[in-house]
Design a protein around this ligand. Structure first.
Ligand SMILES: [Zn+2]
Length: 61
């Protein structure tokens, strides 16, 4: 996939794999899986753990 195709897919809020399924069902509610190709869109457990470490270290200054 070319760079501009990826940008267009992201701007249209479509699935990164099939480029057809909608990522959002409403203004702030996101699908758990893609309605077309069933790609799991939910982040894995521990996804935010690295950023939590960085935020905690920064908050303790
Ligand atoms: Zn999809």
């Amino acid at each position: 996939m070319r760079f501009w195709q990826r940008i267009a897919t992201a701007l249209r809020l479509r699935c990164p794999r099939c480029r057809n399924g909608q990522l959002f069902t409403g203004l702030l509610s996101m699908n758990d899986v893609c309605p077309r190709c069933e790609l799991k869109l939910e982040p894995e457990s521990g996804f935010y753990l690295g950023s939590a470490y960085a935020n905690y270290a920064e908050a303790e200054r």
